[in-house]
Design a protein around this ligand. Sequence first.
Ligand code: ATP
Ligand code: MG
Length: 389
Amino acid sequence: MEKVILIRYGEIHLKGQNRPFFEKALHKNIIKALSGFPDVKVIKAQGRYYIENFSDEAGVLDALTRVFGIVSVSPAYKTEKDFDTVAHAAVKLMELYLDRQGGDGPVTFKVESRRADKSFPMDSMTLSSKLGGRLLKAHDRLTVDVHAPQVTLNVEIREHAYVYNESIPGAGGMPVGTNGKAALLLSGGIDSPVAGYMIAKRGVELTAVHFHSFPFTSDRAKEKVIDLCKRLTRYCGAVRLHVVPFTKIQQELYEECPDSQLTVLMRRFMMKIAERIAEKEGALALITGESIGQVASQTIESLVVTNEAVSLPVFRPLIGFDKVDIMEIAQKIGTYEISILPYEDCCTIFTPKHPVTHPRLDRIKASELLVDGDTLIEEAVGNTEVIVL
Ligand code: ATP
Ligand code: MG
């Protein structure tokens, strides 16, 4: 008997004709996620995948639970399709389970069998009850409870027999690469990495854009964004990070435009530059970490004025989220601890004392005419550094 990992995927079942396309993407992403584990084998079967030939089970499970499109995974024993061999695996698996539980009190269980291979001589009812009998005999702590058991022993008779008693939730969503590409405006804050994660979860490939205001923002601030991006790649695969020099634009706006409008003006420049980069990268939408009312630049009026700067759709997956909920996701995906490092952000340096919270588009557009926007944008895009992560 051999230890394998069974991978289930869900939503892609729904895709009818497109199913092979989704499965192929998922297969590729699984292989990529496991590239650090030598000799590991990824095997495609009807409606699922199996991982074989691994030694670091915990490591492989951890990597798999970050692959979008996977609904759940189960470590399983793969055995011959022979009752005694299956029963032996079941007894062993329950022994390990009881050891992990500790103590010596009673534990309730049930057996669930599925027989995809109809040539197997027992039907699933018979198989379940006979296995139940074997387990009761082998472990006297076990008692049967078919309605609310503490543990369910599953047996599937397919190309081989598979025995497992654990199902670990996966990341869900859809395989990255199945829903086009979008450009994430990635700051060093808590919100934008979470926004990127949420859109990538829907199968969208990411390219990232960061605005850097050297020397007002340090190399450490840039390193921080690189680290955040690396964290995201554990979920969404390779990301091209564009680091845009933003200092000159900020200084010109600072010198020429009303102080109270600075934040909104900067946000519009960011959007325009991100749109240019998106076009170059074949990205069809922009992503930001904005949420209504969180700061002055995120009132509905500000969002409308920011949006007007571009024609690509802007995805704001956090728009209705409270900060605490965003923080919780950031913690779960491992970006929080990087985001809270105290390196200054380009926006905080040029933050006006009294920012407009209800900007008027006509006034903002009039202020924009005070600088040579086209040239500034051209120059910033031209001097953008690309880092492949
Ligand atoms: P975050 O935590 O993502 O920084 P925030 O609550 O601080 O968000 P703002 O600073 O108003 O909000 O930024 C709103 C959004 O604009 C960010 O979520 C991000 O998408 C984008 N953004 C802000 N600053 C930058 C930057 N320096 N580089 C790239 N994108 C940025
Ligand atoms: Mg910010």
